[in-house]
Design a protein around this ligand. Sequence first.
Ligand code: AHR
Length: 539
Amino acid sequence: MERREFLTRTAATALAAVTPAAVLGSTANSESLPAASDSNPNAPSTVSLDTRQTVATVSPYLFGSFLEHLGRAIYDGIYQPGSPLSDAHGFRKDVLAEVRALGVPLIRYPGGNFVSGYFWQDGIGPQAQRPRILDRAWDSLETNQVGVDEFMAWCKLAGARPLMAVNLGSDTPMNASNLVEYCNVPQGTKWSDMRRANGVSQPYGIHHWCLGNEMDGPWQIGHCDATAYGYRAADAARQMKAVDPGIKVTACGSSSPGMPTYLEWERQVLEQCYEVVDYLSLHRYFNLPQKDEKPDYPRFLAQNLELDREVAQVGAVCDLVGARLKSRKTLRLSFDEWNVWYGSTGGDGKRKYAPHLIEETYNLGDALLVGGCINSLLRNAKRIEIACLAQLVNVIAPLMTNDQGVLRQTTYFPYRWALQLARGEVLAISHNGPGYETEPLGMAPYLDVVATLDNNRLCLLALNRDTSRTRTMECHFTAAHPGRILSAFTLTGSDLTATNTFAQPKNVLPERLPLPAPGRRMTIELPAQSYSVMQFELA
Ligand code: AHR
């Protein structure tokens, strides 16, 4: 089922025609992807690495995340006043400790669909005087107890920077620029003095901003056609940059490649705003395809290759528009929503406060695809500067809370590895090996491997898509080679549907991956259906 069908009642009707086949498309893999051949399906894969050949620097914002006023992400997720687990400001200390330890660099806020009906002034000033609002996006009660000042205070404690979205659905570009003034102007103007009156003397200096959310979607408050949105985005970008010329802004690309306007939307939007925006957004959620009424895991585990293709296609449209405008600028991409999302349905909060909405329980298979997506983001690091795992807590999230504590879902582990180990430069890889046929992707390699080099620390991240066999990876290193193994872990198991729960929080955990002695040539065995990370110090 296409995920939009369960977002809202209106979305379900409007998008009934968007089928999974349309979402998947049918073009061949992009050239940057590993080659796969089926000549000998049992042959080892060879991975050749020259530690002098780099593709791109990993942006510090490649593994950001997202917190929306949706369900229990904010309320009961990061903020639960009165809980013994919360601090004096109402922030959950256990959640903060997890986020800080992960090292999440950037967090998108406050939505998502929510932002398109959000009036940011409702969330400032004395908390007791803030209005209770009926949020139209998720049919939920919004108490406004968390607003921009609370979120910024939380970010500081979490060690994360904000990626602030403005409302270009029901609100105006002018009021978006008022928010920039509130946040970034030191003092002496209406909105900066309002911030100071609210107890925040220093400006926040928020650098990254999103110009609305998914404006191509009929479910979006204020949805309009591409040209109208392009004008609106350009107007907002100009006004916001007039207030603070140092900010970077992201225009909304398509909400999914399954949209009938996909790519044409990007072209028309950029024709209006190319020169005044800094990034274009992409979104992607993967669901579980079925074959003969059973989950089709081989196809599921190949879906990250579609993320590579989406980047190539959207990047090509950016370049087309840039060339037509004779621009000297190359537009970078912000993949500001990506994840697996298929099990949990229902976007109707029934007008409740902190309702349980889209609280996906992630299993081992989901974690493996998240690992594959991390590989795809790294492979495309030249083009992608920002990306956000959607979302961070309780709502399609690696972390879940209840009144007793916080749970690490299966997807937490690949995300943590990416944050902590995939740094520095992405290395060029020459990869050959067997693969398998998947519809509609064509040939998918069993192994999906990326490498990063941070000073003399080399990291390999490898997905084995083969659900039944250990796969051999023969690594050949040129120039420098591993001299010492720093760590090696794998996430694997016989049951792709295994999950972690509050009752059994350690059901799915990474285990040590046995490795041969480090050297110029290493033959590494990757377990069936696994995602592995290896870190070496170069000799
Ligand atoms: O992340 C959940 C929702 O998915 C967001 O609100 C929206 O932007 C997307 O459709």
